[in-house]
Structure formats: C-alpha cells, structure tokens
Design a protein around this ligand. Sequence first.
Ligand code: ADP
Ligand code: MG
Length: 444
Amino acid sequence: MNIEEIWNKSLLVLRDKVGDSAYDLWFKPIRLLQLRDAVATLEIPNRFFKEWIEDYHPSLIKNALEETTGAPVTLKYKIEEKQPSVQVKQIEKLENKRIRLANKGVYLNPKYTFENFIKGNSNQFAHAAALAVAESPGKTYNPLFIYGGVGLGKTHLMHAIGNSVLNSRHDVSVLYISSEQFMNEVVHAIRHEKMSEVREKYRHLDLLLFDDVQFIAKTKATQEELFHTFNDLYEKSKQIVISADRPPKEISEITDRLRSRFGMGLIADIQPPEVETKRAIIYKKSEIMGINHLPDDVVNFLAEKIKTNIRELEGSLIRLAAQSSLTGEKISLEVARKLLKDIIHDDTRPVTIEAVQKVVCEFYNISLSDIKARRRTREIALPRQVAMYISKQLTNISLQDIGNGFGGKDHSTVLYACRQVEEKRGKDETFNRMIENLTRKIKT
Ligand code: ADP
Ligand code: MG
C-alpha cells in the first residue's frame, strides 16, 4: 500500500467510528504526509484540530492507522496554519518545559495555571485554598481536599498548585497521579515484588497531587498503600492534595481511617459556575485560543446553554473556532446554534412532580408509595417536605395540585412544608447544599 491508500483506508475506518458529520468536520481535512519509522506525520488545518481530537478522540487516528497497516505507529502533527498567536507561542514554550519535566516523571499540564483559572463565587474558596497551599506547601492546609462535579476545575487547580510550586522552587519533588494510575502501580508492584521501590518513590515527595480518589478500588492493598503513603508524607509535613467528586464522608469505597485522614486539613468544594463566571471563562479561553471578537450574543448563548461542565464549554469553543477558521465564516449566533446543536439542547423539558419525587426518593432511599402515603414518621416526613418544596420551586404547579400529587394533601400542608425547608436551608449549610444538588439533578 502506498501512503495515499493507507490514509484512505484509515479514513474509512474513522468515518465508521465517528459518523458522517464529525468525520466531515474533523477528519476529512486531515492529510497523512509521511509514514516512516513507525511515525505518522499528519497535516491538520490548525491547532484546534489537534486540541479537539486529543480531547475527544485521543487514540482514534492511531488505532485506525494501526488497523490499516497492522503495525504500531505514533502520531506527529504538522499544522498548516502560519501565524500562531502570542498565547499559543507561550503555551508551546511551556509545553516544551512540560516535556522536559515529563522525562523526570512529572506530568503537569502547562495550561492549567492559576493565571488561567477564573474565579467566581462557585470556586473562590477552593481557589484561595489552592493558592495558599501553593505558597506554603505543607504548612497551611494539609491535606487539602477539593471536591466538586465533573468538569468544574478540580484537576486544573491541582495542576496549578503543581505548576506554581515547580516554578517557584528548585529541587522539589512533585507527583500528580490519578487513583487509577496509583492502583495500577500498586497492583503491578505487588505482582513483580517491587513494592519497596514504589514506596521509596512516594516517600521522597514534597507534594503529592492525588486526583479523583473516588475511583480508588476497595482492594485492601491499594487502600493500605495509600494510607501508609499518606501518613508518611503527613508526618514529614509534606503537602498532600486530594480531589474527588464528593466530600470524604460520601465516598463509601474508602476505609474509615482513610476517610478521617482526608478530613484532617481543609475540605473545599467547587460548585457549578454562575452564568457570569462562565462568561468570564469563555472570554479567557477564547483569548488563549486566539479567537478574536467573539460576539456577545454567542458568549451569552454558550454561557446560558451549557449548564455546568466547563470542559463542554471549551469543547464548544474549539469547535466554533475550528469551523470558522476553516470556512472563513465569522462566528455568529446562527453558526453557533447550528454547529452545537448536538451538544446544546434548546428545548428545556418542564419539570414534573413525578420527576422530583423520583430523585428525592432515590436520594433518601424510600419508595414512591411512601412519599405519597399518610404516614408521618420522621424518615418519611422530611423527604416528603423536601420533594414538595422542590416541586414548588421548579414548577408553576399550584400548592393544591402539588398536594394532590402527594396522595391528596391539602394546600396548607404544602405551604408548611415549603416554609420548614426554607427555614432549615437558612440554618443548616449541609442541608442547603443537599437541596441545591438535588435541584440540579432534577433539572438535568
Ligand atoms: P474536573 O477535574 O473538575 O473534572 P477540570 O479541571 O478537568 O475539571 O476542568 C475541565 C476544563 O475546564 C479544563 O480545561 C479547565 O481548564 C477548565 N476550567 C474549569 N474551571 C475553570 C475556571 N474556573 N477557569 C478556567 N478554566 C476552567
Ligand atoms: Mg479531573
């Protein structure tokens, strides 16, 4: 097969995998320039392609080429574009530094810095805590435990701490690791009787960034190892930063003694961003990407329609930028709507009482019939009040009709429930957050 045939065949594989529209947009414009010594050089129209492909389909092209040629390949990108922006040059410089660091075993994304992190009400607490830790690791909050939903910036903040510490100090030993990597490492070490080497590596760290601890397996060996690593670093006042999608007390996978260790320092949460913060993030990211003059209506559209996940926000921007630089078309609201229609659903489904009940019952682990029954035991009364309250908040349904939806209660019962919950929210922050989380879950 010559190179053209190889590429054409690989394209067919790719088309099969991603479907026509993504194929036309992202893969068709790519050319295979060279395939030599197991390195495939791909020419892509601009750097957005690289970002998008790496974010969404990291090994697709590699796999397609390997399938076609029957041999392993690594990819190299050549970008057609002539004039990278200042920011891109900066990032490339950092990127080179990262590669150098990676050789020493430190993997940190140079784009994830404090400067590139936008503060808002939703994340300012976690941001301030991360900054304090970066300024004096091991001295302020140890461990720092950051939790929050997917795509809200936990990993970004952890890398920012790492980048900042590495920039300001020499000879510090930093390690960023996800719980999956950690598990693999432990399992591998046990199998090959190399546990002492792993221990050695961890015990020399000054800063351990441990991401997504909720994925840690229940296996005894991994938990033990993490526990001992933790104690060891902690006793030496070495900084530990941990992230998860929920607070320690809600992670059932970890042992009690680990859980209590995680809570010994500071626990900081990140909430979904407000529209204002999302707008600021969009401006910042488009500046970094070198997108000029993103119209305000497009910014507002993205900020309002993309509910919480900031990674999705970024993906959308990359998509818009790639398309507009390909076609020369300006990014307009029209274009944005058209291009993002599979990510952004314009039709907002109305919330129903049943939907509220379902989520609340699941949360409290009670049955639907319980919530509608007459019983007034404490276990049922509170969930019922919560469900009534959220129904009132999220729908236009009258108090009486809400009462009917709960097995025929009258409107004053619903009103009372709403007042009770409102009052409890004001006094009890944990309860307040729980209501916010339930509400969010029902709305999506
Ligand atoms: P998580 O680890 O919480 O799932 P990430 O840290 O991976 O989320 O963030 C997802 C993407 O959103 C990243 O590209 C990150 O840079 C970006 N992001 C999240 N929060 C912010 C923020 N406050 N300012 C700028 N970028 C952000
Ligand atoms: Mg993450």
